[in-house]
Design a protein around this ligand. Sequence first.
Ligand SMILES: Nc1nc2c(ncn2[C@@H]2O[C@H](COP(=O)(O)OP(=O)(O)OP(=O)(O)O)[C@@H](O)[C@H]2O)c(=O)[nH]1
Ligand SMILES: [Mg+2]
Length: 364
Amino acid sequence: MQSYGSTIVVVPRRYRSYLEEELGLVETVYNNINDIIIVRKPNRKYYIPIPYLEKIKTMKPENIIIMDYIKPRHIINLYRELHTNIIDRVQLILQIFANHAGSREAQLQIELARIQHELPLIREMIRASKMHELPGFLGSGEYAVDKYYRYAKKRAAKIRRELDKIRKIRAHRRDKRLSRGYPHVALVGYTSAGKTTLFNRITGEAKKTGSEPFTTLSPKISAIKYKEIKIAFIDTVGFIRDLPVEVIEAFYATLEEAIYSDIIINVVDISRGVERAEYEILESLGILSEIGVHGKPVITALNKIDLIPENNINKIIEALKNRIELEYIIPISAEKGININKLMETIYNILNPISKINIYNKHR
Ligand SMILES: Nc1nc2c(ncn2[C@@H]2O[C@H](COP(=O)(O)OP(=O)(O)OP(=O)(O)O)[C@@H](O)[C@H]2O)c(=O)[nH]1
Ligand SMILES: [Mg+2]
């Protein structure tokens, strides 16, 4: 965990019921939250309503995190009043991504998303400094900002080219895998649902897991043999509520692997209640259909049942079944290894006819 000094978090009212989740995102980067402000009606000029703004001035925080989409002019106006770091929800999410990015691809995607998010702000800065509204904003004169703007655009184009190359290589590897004929199972779901824990449990890998959001930032693949079938498992990047558009593009690319898989396992943390699980299941299915996954078998793995009293598990599953229609539901504990065999058998039974076609047609 990192600390960047005193921090005030500003949350729009619509996130009030998810306050804990939103603060969880903030706390992965800023662990020194001094105050939380809930905004009912954003101010047109500053986003933050004037009475709060006056209060913040006396507190002199080092960071103000605004968990909403804010306009470049809000950032500029706030900076002029407060002279402190103003970070919006997108920037925060990109910071979390950056802190976790291991692969070259993930790093490039984040840099690209950052540039795309910054460009409108830089344009607004250029406009404001040309109107002499912003002498020496962030210590840079008009010329420096102009120069940075041109650099950023060039850099973005270069990153796009490099990402294209990386994706082609991955697509090539994927084609090879597919032509060898073994089936693929993709693990998808919300961040911290336990996808990597399940992936490790099934494949014997030791990939990093953790309670903070976005522990996994690029797809991981590992194949095992189950009975006579070789099966490749793919661990993917987790979803979060209201994933910003700037991040979606980068994020969807890593989900490409799911499009080409034979089965999807939607991993859901069931320990936080039926309502939340339902929301996350539906959101995940929505994202999958947006990226073009249609008509594939989806296994819903209700994870972390070790955290639920045993006599409650069936009740919870029934409640969930009454709310949504799901093809395969399997309660599991990835961490404690509960019901993993059942999950594997289900995968096997779905794959068996598919793998037979692949194996017998391609190799005999
Ligand atoms: N009690 C309990 N905890 C679990 C279980 N599975 C995972 N966890 C914990 O949940 C947290 C998140 O697990 P991960 O496997 O990293 O989750 P993920 O879905 O890969 O998360 P991202 O990579 O961030 O999308 C970790 O602290 C795990 O130890 C489980 O079955 N029971
Ligand atoms: Mg993970």
